[in-house]
Design a protein around this ligand. Structure first.
Ligand code: NAI
Length: 261
């Protein structure tokens, strides 16, 4: 399905990014991984770096190949690092890398952003998400956190709301659209990876357990990787600017509750 494509995957050293990198390789792609930590298995290439600051993103982008087919933005943090770092990694670093890679993506290529069910509130918090996504470039994130009064305990959903809003917009930005580059998101529910224990401490056991109970089990990285692979593939050539929930039905259940149907 992905034979001959070169695909860059951030967050390749753990969880969803690691499984996605492995599966993309099994489906025929040359996979180039990015992470701040060494991956546990070999891939076509690995670039070590940090997405939390503009210099880190610029250095990573410069070390990527001249041309590739898809960028999977999987790396992310739970919020335990605090509002500034978390917003920088989950949103501004991800966006800066995508913008820096746009010219390297081949025509008809794809950007796949791993968001979260935690970003469900983007409509309710639209003005804040618009404000955060409206800031151009990689800003001084301390100032942004102060200006928007983002608390450490709420930064994870806030970062994912901004990411979803940007995904919808990016699909129509000339930077991507003019060369047929599709920009989509995948939103997992709770998935058994190392980050899940951190979510329990940030969001609380009750929230995580209630989400798992609604759909019968937590997901695993293998439930999410094929969705990422599909969005990278030519089979998704008419899929653009959407958020695909990969959550066992969690979003549908929450929507039914919120909208009363
Ligand atoms: P994980 O903790 O297993 O993997 C995250 C990876 O991102 C790690 O390899 C880490 O080293 C890398 N990373 C973190 N900060 C980085 C930085 N500054 N620069 C470079 N690499 C960095 O977590 P998991 O579950 O695989 O998460 C992947 C994505 O899925 C994240 O964006 C997360 O928000 C999202 N997600 C995860 C859910 C879950 O329950 N596991 C639920 C919903 C979304």
């Amino acid at each position: 399905m992905l034979f001959g494509k070169t695909i860059v995957v951030t967050g390749c050293a753990s969880g969803i990014g690691a499984r996605a990198a492995e599966l993309l390789g099994q489906l025929g792609a040359d996979v180039m991984g990015i992470d701040r930590r060494e991956p546990k298995f070999a891939m076509a290439a690995f670039v070590q770096g940090d997405l939390s600051a503009p210099e880190g993103v610029a250095s990573l982008a410069a070390r990527l190949p001249h041309k590739f087919d898809a960028l999977c933005n999987v790396a992310g943090v739970s919020g335990t690092l605090g509002a500034v770092k978390s917003l920088a990694i989950n949103f501004y670093g991800l966006r800066a890398l995508s913008e820096a890679c746009a010219a390297k993506l081949r025509e008809g290529g794809a950007v796949v952003n791993v968001a979260s069910i935690a970003g469900f509130g983007w409509r309710q918090n639209l003005e804040r998400a618009k404000g955060l996504a409206g800031i151009q470039g990689f800003p001084h994130v301390e100032t942004v956190v102060e200006e928007f009064r983002i608390k450490d305990e709420e930064v994870y959903p806030v970062s994912k709301e901004a990411l979803l809003l940007w995904t919808f917009r990016a699909a129509h930005l000339p930077l991507f659209k003019d060369r047929g580059i599709r920009v989509n998101a995948v939103s997992p529910g709770p998935v058994e990876t190392p980050i899940l224990a951190e979510f329990r401490s940030v969001l609380g056991d009750e929230r995580v357990d209630s989400d798992i109970t609604r759909v019968g089990r937590a997901g695993n990285a293998g439930d999410i990787a094929p969705v990422i692979a599909f969005l990278c593939s030519d089979g998704a050539r008419w899929v653009n600017g959407v958020n695909v929930a990969a959550d066992g039905g969690l979003e549908a259940s929450i929507l039914a509750e919120v909208m009363g149907f």
